[in-house]
Design a protein around this ligand. Structure first.
Ligand code: CUA
Length: 162
């Protein structure tokens, strides 16, 4: 009898453990990059990284770059070029370490550079960030993989590693 109780207890504990582990993995899997860094979604520009002049690709040193992006329905804002035109495409030299920092002022968006391990969920109120080494030359599609409204399927652009 006692054996049965202990066995039940043991299995119960194991199941509980697996549930906690699974939940933890799921939670971390869906929110891996926010690091708890918060931002006011009504005023992302108040944060230094997301001031219009700081958007897009910034070279930190020889092989380190930062890419600051405001994702909103249905566009990725990389700031403007010298002529004042919206930047629609970014080019990163092969082997560079790139820190992507992304926020949204409206709804949840995705930030997925297809074919790389850059895949973040961008939630209002949080700064999603991820640092990666871009080693494989090519033209990649950066796309939104979280349904965000009528123009969701139009929310993509290109990232080139050269
Ligand atoms: Cu943005 Cu889907």
């Amino acid at each position: 009898k006692f054996e049965k109780i202990w066995l039940t207890f043991g299995i119960g504990a194991l199941v509980l453990f697996l549930v906690i582990l699974g939940y933890g993995a799921f939670y971390l899997g869906t929110h891996p990059q926010s690091h708890g860094l918060t931002i006011d979604p009504q005023n992302v520009e108040a944060h230094e990284a997301f001031k219009p002049e700081n958007l897009g690709l910034t070279k930190v040193d020889e092989d380190r770059y930062i890419v600051n992006v405001v994702a909103s329905a249905f566009n990725y804002d990389f700031g403007v070029d010298k002529e004042g035109n919206a930047v629609k495409h970014i080019e990163i030299p092969k082997g560079a370490t790139v820190l992507f920092q992304v926020v949204t002022p409206d709804v949840i968006h995705g930030f997925n550079i297809a074919g790389t391990n850059v895949n973040m969920m961008v939630e209002p109120g949080y700064i999603s960030s991820m640092e990666v080494e871009m080693n494989q030359p090519g033209e990649y599609t950066l796309l939104c993989n979280e349904y965000c409204g009528i123009g969701h399927h139009m929310m993509y652009t290109t990232v080139e590693v050269y």
